[in-house]
Each structure stands twice: as structure tokens, then as C-alpha cells.
Design a protein around this ligand. Structure first.
Ligand SMILES: [Zn+2]
Length: 224
């Protein structure tokens, strides 16, 4: 092998080696970035909270892939049906307003509005613990009740008043009185109603963190 041949061999070997590294390295980087994308789109983090952010088809699709109870499962750990959370309201009185748009189409409603005269009793749809009594501009007087298994939050908004003595940390039974229907927050004075949402969350997530909203309508009307 003369000198020119040896140099040529070295150059070719070096070129092939770096080509292999470029291809292999590129694949590694690609894997790493799709891995981190998956993390970024985990439904619990990407889904809307009751107070903010629009939802989209992608979020719904990833919500369906959660291995926990799906949207059709009753939201209670003991499997019993949910109560309609307003006294004297029958299933036939309810209207499915879950997919209505709100805030001029910026987001979906993701809750049910249960129309009732001001002062009608609001009762717990299921058992749980009052995690937060929160007064917000949009929701007015609101209540967040977390289920015994910690993975569902029932959100009640626009209350006229809280039930006497109701406090954070208190356990409530299904059907226990929580307060009265009203129009606090951004609800119209002429149309008092209870805004009721069911949020699927995780045990370690705070009440205000984004969660997946489940349509209450089929759960409140099923088999009745
Ligand atoms: Zn509403």
C-alpha cells in the first residue's frame, strides 16, 4: 500500500464512521424529542380547568386513553348514581349544555346549567370532602367537592348562599344541602341556575389545577 492509498483509506473510513454517527445521533435526538412531546401532552396537564383555557379535539382523544374510569362511569367510588344536585329537578327538566360555547366561542361550557328559582336547595351530587369554597368573578360563590377516591371533583357555581356552617375540610353525604341556587358571578340575574361540572383529576392534583371535564348530562339522566 503506497502513501496515497493509505491516506485515501483513512479518509474513507473517517467519512463512513461520521456518517454512521450522524444517522444514529439523529435518531436518538428524534426519539428524545417525541418522548418529551408525549410528556407535554399528558391529558392531566393539557386539559382545561373550570376557570380557564379552551379545549380541543386532541385533549379529548388523550382523555379517552386514560386507563382510569372513562367518562361513562359514575363519578363515585361506590358506583351509586349521582343525584341531580338541585332539589325538585327531574331528569326531564335538564338540558345538555356541555358543548355550548362560552366567552364568545373561545371555550366550551363543559358543565351543565340547571335552571331553578333563586333560593332552591343545592345538594351534593355525590359524597366527598369540601376542598374549597371559592369566590370567583365568573363562578361567584363556588364549591369544590372531592370524591372519596380523590380522583373526581364536583364543582358547583353561581350559588346565592352557602349552607349555614359549610366549611372547607368538611365531609358531605350524597344529597346533603350545600347552599342555594343563585346568580352570583357572571350569571344573569334573570336566570338563576346551578352551574355543575364533573372534573376528572388525580389524587395529588390541587383543586385549581387543569382537569378533564366529563359531561354530567348522561350521568344525571341515565336510566331515569
Ligand atoms: Zn354554566
Amino acid at each position: 500500500m503506497n502513501l496515497v492509498d493509505r491516506i485515501l483509506t483513512i479518509v474513507i473510513t473517517a467519512t463512513i464512521t461520521s456518517a454512521i454517527w450522524i444517522v444514529a445521533g439523529g435518531t436518538l435526538i428524534e426519539n428524545a424529542s417525541s418522548e418529551s412531546q408525549r410528556k407535554n401532552t399528558r391529558p392531566a396537564e393539557a386539559a382545561p380547568s373550570p376557570v380557564a383555557v379552551p379545549t380541543d379535539g386532541e385533549t379529548d382523544a388523550s382523555a379517552a386513553s386514560l386507563d382510569r374510569a372513562g367518562p361513562t362511569a359514575p363519578a363515585d367510588s361506590d358506583g351509586r348514581q349521582l343525584l341531580i344536585p338541585v332539589k325538585n329537578i327531574r331528569p326531564s327538566d335538564l338540558t345538555d349544555t356541555f358543548s355550548d360555547s362560552r366567552s364568545e366561542g373561545v371555550r366550551l361550557h363543559e358543565a351543565i346549567d340547571i335552571m331553578a328559582p333563586r333560593g332552591t336547595s343545592v345538594v351534593a351530587a355525590g359524597p366527598g370532602t369540601v376542598e374549597k369554597l371559592f369566590r370567583s368573578d365568573a363562578g361567584g360563590n363556588t364549591i369544590y367537592v372531592r370524591s372519596p377516591d380523590g380522583e373526581t371533583i364536583h364543582y358547583y357555581a353561581h350559588l346565592d348562599r352557602y349552607a349555614e356552617g359549610l366549611k372547607e375540610g368538611q365531609r358531605v353525604r350524597r344529597g346533603q344541602r350545600l347552599g342555594t341556587v343563585g346568580s352570583s358571578g357572571n350569571a344573569s340575574d334573570e336566570a338563576p341556575h346551578l352551574h355543575f361540572a364533573i372534573l376528572q383529576t388525580t389524587q395529588d392534583a390541587e383543586w385549581w389545577e387543569p382537569a378533564n371535564a366529563v359531561n354530567p348530562f348522561p350521568l344525571l339522566t341515565a336510566g331515569r
